[in-house]
Design a protein around this ligand. Structure first.
Ligand SMILES: Cc1cc2nc3c(=O)[nH]c(=O)nc-3n(C[C@H](O)[C@H](O)[C@H](O)COP(=O)(O)O)c2cc1C
Length: 202
């Protein structure tokens, strides 16, 4: 099994979203100790924004240069295609995904490559595979009486679904800005949710 681990927090390996996503990967490795992990860090300037070549490729004519972002996009898409399971660790930034993760999405959601547009609208090209998403947030965005809107969850469902990834499972550690006790509680709740998910599969 090949696991693609995508991380985008500016806090790197000390981040909550990284911690929770590694916890998920720990369970995947337990079920298949021979699995390999590809680490794709997209935070900071790791991946430049899409360029003119890429922007032209989104127009009706597909006859464009394969250089610059097109080459980068191809690397990222092939990496995604080669994965049996995808694990994404992401903080919530301004109710949605951080700009760094959006740049990765811009590269992998490419017309005439990972989705097509036709009379039926947008149709996906990739085959489905499990995608686990570990979200961390300063406040709460789910459950009863959430304190803010959540555009992250519906956005990822829509955009990953567009390219063919529908088997999404979300876990979250919420309330990281609410003090050490709240963080400890949120971590333990999210870890328990991950454990319950994987033990139900056993
Ligand atoms: C630019 C920015 C925007 C943020 N926007 C939100 C937000 O909309 N909602 C929220 O609950 N927390 C927000 N936060 C807080 C982070 O989601 C929170 O600190 C999270 O635990 C960070 O996760 P990480 O450790 O994985 O980076 C924001 C943080 C930053 C830096």
């Amino acid at each position: 099994m090949k696991i693609l681990h995508v991380t985008c927090s500016p806090r790197g390996t000390t981040s909550e979203s990284y911690r929770l996503s590694r916890h998920i990967i720990g369970h995947l490795l337990k079920s298949d100790p021979t699995a390999t992990v590809i680490n794709r860090v997209v935070s900071g300037d790791a991946i430049p924004q899409v360029d003119e070549h890429y922007a032209m490729s989104q127009q009706a004519s597909a006859d464009v240069s394969q250089e610059g972002s097109m080459a980068q996009s191809e690397v990222l898409i092939e990496e995604l295609e080669s994965a049996d399971v995808v694990v994404i660790g992401t903080p919530m930034h301004n109710f949605t995904v951080p700009a760094a993760l959006k740049i990765w999405i811009d590269h992998i959601a490419r017309v005439r490559r990972t989705f097509n547009v036709g009379a039926q609208g947008k149709t996906s090209v990739l085959h489905d595979r499990p995608v686990f998403i570990a979200v961390s947030s300063g406040g709460r965005f789910s459950g009863e009486d959430p304190r803010q809107p959540d555009f992250l969850t519906p956005y990822l469902k829509a955009v990953l679904g567009m390219i063919g990834l529908h088997a999404l499972t979300f876990f979250s550690v919420e309330g990281t800005a609410l003090g050490p006790q709240a963080v400890a509680l949120a971590r333990s709740k999210s870890d328990q949710a991950v454990e319950a998910h994987f033990s139900a599969l056993r």
